[in-house]
Design a protein around this ligand. Structure first.
Ligand code: PMV
Length: 324
């Protein structure tokens, strides 16, 4: 048997600008301290965690193996909840892309990995920005289309007339708590919902514009370590996202539970279920408040390292989730 090539990538959480980033507006996203790890080796049959690979249900794997001329076995482990807005899909794509490059004997740069991971994301969800792929490949903090960050520019990606200038941003020491509603809500339908709304309503287009403005004010506050203003911007962003129709009563319940002990809280990711994020100095209290309202809480350290090679697979749940 040939040797395993193993790589991991972090999940992410968006602190400002999801959905509007699809339209080329600014966003700020941080790498989470939870990861997906993928091992790959040449095999006699295509396998995923010991089972025959169903490429039709695994668009990421189908896309990322499109140029391979031999069968491969994959194993995946994850501590990122799936379909919850924490970037499990992009982290899967980034870790699989890096493991495959390693198997091919390549030492890819981040740009190559982002192109691969973003391509896999588009194959899975049909539409969207390169924000998640950028965060899961590069790690740390990522700003998208933020004026004044040009000197830390990572890459520029364009698609269908939209342009995303992606930069590295500093992540000051801040504590975030994620609250998971437990409701699985895939990204594609949420992105489509906003697209349909924006195509028939100037009001929705104005909301998208407004989220962009709030994101820029929030980024200024993040840069200065001004948690009060950043928190206020997160709350405003949540209201605007709710008007766009991507929140739900379970998310609002967890946001309301966190707010009395937080600078701010909002849904994170594509919404419709999935997770919210709170910025707080009192993470244990916020975590208890979230759990008391039926959510699952994770205290998160932001700014984890991006995609990297690993020497072995960690213990942890098998990740077999088809993200379609
Ligand atoms: O729910 P997630 O982790 O897939 O986050 C999606 C973020 C969106 O802005 C809603 C879509 C995108 O592609 O940027």
């Amino acid at each position: 048997m040939t040797e395993w090539h193993t790589a991991s990538a972090p999940g992410k959480f968006v602190i400002l600008g999801e959905h509007s980033v699809v339209y080329g507006k600014p966003a700020v996203v941080l790498a989470a301290d939870r990861r997906i790890t993928c091992g790959v080796r040449r095999g006699r049959r295509n396998l995923l965690n010991g089972e025959p690979m169903e490429f039709s249900r695994q668009p990421h794997f189908r896309y990322l193996t499109r140029n391979l001329r031999h069968a491969v076995e994959f194993v995946t482990r994850s501590d990122i909840p799936a379909g919850a807005g924490l970037g499990s899909s992009a982290a899967l794509a980034a870790s699989v892309a890096l493991a495959l490059e390693s198997m091919a004997g390549n030492d890819p740069d981040e740009r190559k990995l982002v192109d691969e991971a973003y391509g896999a994301e588009l194959a899975a969800q049909g539409n969207g920005s390169p924000m998640d792929a950028s965060a899961c490949v590069h790690g740390g903090g990522i700003g998208v289309n933020i004026p004044g960050t040009e000197n830390r520019k990572l890459w520029r990606i364009s698609r269908n007339g939209r342009v995303w200038n992606v930069s590295d941003v500093d992540v000051p020491k801040m504590t975030f708590v994620i609250g998971n509603t437990g409701i699985r809500a895939p990204t594609g339908p949420q992105v489509d919902k906003v697209r349909r709304y924006a195509s028939r309503s100037n009001f929705a287009t104005e909301m998208i514009e407004e989220i962009g403005n709030v994101t820029l004010s929030g980024y200024e506050a993040l840069r200065k370590g001004d948690v009060e203003t950043l928190g206020r911007m997160m709350i405003t962003d949540h209201k605007l996202l709710s008007i766009l129709g991507v929140s739900c009563k379970e998310l609002n319940k967890l946001v309301n539970a966190a707010l009395p002990f937080s600078y701010g809280a909002k849904l994170t990711g594509s919404g419709g279920g999935g997770c919210m994020v709170a910025l707080t100095d009192d993470p244990h209290r916020v975590a208890s408040a979230i759990e008391a309202r039926g959510g699952t809480a994770y205290i998160m350290n932001a700014g984890s390292e991006g995609a990297r090679l690993e020497t072995s697979l960690p213990d942890g749940p098998v990740f077999n989730v088809p993200v379609i």
